[in-house]
Design a protein around this ligand. Sequence first.
Ligand code: COA
Length: 168
Amino acid sequence: MSMLTIDIRRAEPQDAEAIAEAHRAAWSHAYTGILPYTSLRVMLERRNVGWWRRAIRGATSILVLDVGGTIAGYATLGLNRARSLPQEGEIYELYLRPEFQGVGLGKRLFTEARQLLASLGCEGVALWCLEENHPAVDFYRLQGGTDVAEGHETFDGKTLKKIAFVWN
Ligand SMILES: CC(C)(COP(=O)(O)OP(=O)(O)OC[C@H]1O[C@@H](n2cnc3c(N)ncnc32)[C@H](O)[C@@H]1OP(=O)(O)O)[C@@H](O)C(=O)NCCC(=O)NCCS
């Protein structure tokens, strides 16, 4: 009998291609119908393998969710960028490939991301989410996030509301 191992670890340069694929699959699934087609296409093209290779070598921490050797998702995190929020850490992105969603893996990755920020000395975590991304909004509320602020971002003439969730 073979066992499926689930591992959450720091991304390495050789993960770049698999993260790029996970990013493409997750973002297409999450944002088709929310973001204008051209904006989404440009974002997906920009985040190619080279972009991820550079990101892995950069200052942002990147965690990968490795399920039996497949990169099922990733999280990026670091210092909070919003000066208006007192939380010191921020989860910039948390994305799972659609076929790995809904079985408890997002919660595990989210928990690890928070723990990594805490181990880096960050007090409190902030995270921004588009309001129209209802499954993600529901997920963050269920994880105990409090919505404390809102902002707007315009994509190709379409303005979308984003919500800041925080954990103290
Ligand atoms: C949002 C996301 C990270 C959640 O991860 P997931 O693996 O699907 O969620 P989990 O299976 O770990 O669920 C954890 C809990 O949240 C609940 N939950 C998950 N999705 C939910 C939804 N759409 N509505 C209500 N509850 C939800 C689960 O029931 C579970 O509850 P429990 O702990 O009481 O059993 C994942 O679905 C994802 O990557 N989505 C697409 C990308 C995205 O939108 N990312 C966020 C951008 S800001």
